[in-house]
Design a protein around this ligand. Structure first.
Ligand SMILES: NC(=O)c1ccc[n+]([C@@H]2O[C@H](COP(=O)([O-])OP(=O)(O)OC[C@H]3O[C@@H](n4cnc5c(N)ncnc54)[C@H](OP(=O)(O)O)[C@@H]3O)[C@@H](O)[C@H]2O)c1
Length: 254
C-alpha cells in the first residue's frame, strides 16, 4: 500500500498555516492541525478525513505533550512536524515592555521548541522524520520596531541550525523557514508599508516545495530574501545607516 505522508502543523487556522494545510490536503497528505481556538479548528477540518483537529496552546508544555499524543493516536508518529504558530507585537521604544517581550518569546521561541521536542524521541527511535520551524527574514539582523520579534526568530533559527547537527546522524531532517512579508491577519496590523508582500497561498507554495526537497533553509520571496542575505554581510555601521535610511527609522519616535 502506498504511504500517505502525515504532517502535524501548529498555527494552522489562519494565514500561512491555513494555506499550507490546503496545499497539503490537495497533495493527498493527512494533516493534524493545531491552534487555540477549537471552533476555528473544526471549521478548518470541515468534516474532512484528511484534516484532524487537535486543539492546544503551544505556550503550555503539558498541553503540547497531550496534543502530540492525540496526533500520534490519529496518524502514528508524523513524517513532518511544522512549528508555525507565532505572533507579533510592534513595539516602538516607548512601548517596549518586558511582559510583551516575554509573551513573544513564549509563543514564537519556546512554543516552537516545545512543539518540535514532543515528537523528537519517537522520531529518533524510528530513525526518520522531518522537523521544521517558521522563523522570519527579520531573524537575520536587527530591524526597527522588531527588537523582541526578531530576537524570537533569531533564537529559533539558531536552535534549528544546531538541532540539525545533533539529529542528522539519526536520519532526521531539519528545516528553517524564513518568510518575508506575507499578507495575513498578523501583518494586516503592521503600521508601515511591506515591501514585496506576497499572498499566503504563494508562501505555502514556496514552503511545500522546499519541504519536499528537505532544504536546510526555505527563504522567500527570492529577490527580497537574497537582498536580506546581502545586507547581512555588510559591515555593521554600513548596514545600520542603510536600514535607517530605507525604513525612515531616524525620524521615528514611538
Ligand atoms: N505573515 C508574515 O509576513 C510572516 C513573516 C515571517 C514570519 N511569519 C511567521 O509565520 C507564522 C504564521 O504567521 P501568520 O502571519 O500566518 O499568522 P496568523 O495569520 O496570525 O496565524 C497565527 C496562527 O497561530 C495560532 N496561534 C497563535 N498563538 C498560538 C498559541 N499560543 N498556541 C497555538 N496556536 C497559536 C493562531 O490560532 P489561535 O489564535 O486560534 O491560537 C493562528 O492559527 C508565525 O510564526 C509568524 O511569526 C509570518
Amino acid at each position: 500500500m502506498e504511504h500517505v505522508e502525515t504532517i502535524w502543523i501548529t498555527g494552522a487556522t489562519s494565514g500561512i498555516g491555513q494555506a499550507l494545510v490546503e496545499r497539503f490536503v490537495a497533495d493527498g497528505k493527512r494533516v493534524a492541525v493545531t491552534a487555540r481556538s477549537r471552533e476555528k479548528l473544526e471549521k478548518l477540518a470541515n468534516g474532512r478525513n484528511a484534516v484532524i483537529p487537535v486543539q492546544a496552546d503551544v505556550t503550555d508544555e503539558e498541553d503540547v505533550k497531550r496534543a502530540y499524543a492525540e496526533v500520534r493516536d490519529a496518524l502514528g508518529v508524523p513524517d513532518l512536524v511544522i512549528a508555525n504558530a507565532g505572533t507579533h507585537i510592534n513595539m516602538a521604544a516607548s512601548e517596549l515592555d518586558a511582559k510583551n517581550c516575554r509573551k513573544l518569546m513564549e509563543v514564537n521561541l519556546f512554543g516552537a521548541i516545545t512543539t518540535l521536542l514532543a515528537p523528537l524521541p519517537d522520531m529518533l527511535a524510528r530513525g526518520s522524520g522531518h522537523l521544521a520551524g517558521v522563523g522570519s527574514l527579520s531573524s537575520y539582523r536587527g530591524l526597527p520596531l522588531a527588537a523582541a520579534y526578531g530576537a524570537t526568530k533569531a533564537g529559533l533559527n539558531n536552535f534549528l541550525q544546531s538541532l540539525r547537527f545533533d539529529v542528522e546522524t539519526y536520519g532526521l531532517s531539519v528545516t528553517a523557514i524564513n518568510p518575508g512579508f506575507v499578507k495575513t491577519p498578523l501583518t494586516d496590523r503592521n503600521p508601515y508599508p511591506m515591501p514585496m508582500v506576497i499572498s499566503a497561498e504563494r508562501a505555502a507554495g514556496y514552503i511545500a516545495d522546499g519541504l519536499a526537497r528537505r532544504k536546510m533553509e526555505i527563504h522567500f520571496p527570492p529577490l527580497f530574501s537574497w537582498s536580506c542575505k546581502l545586507l547581512r554581510i555588510l559591515p555593521y555601521p554600513v548596514y545600520h545607516a542603510l536600514v535607517r535610511r530605507i525604513t525612515g527609522s531616524r525620524n521615528r519616535r514611538g
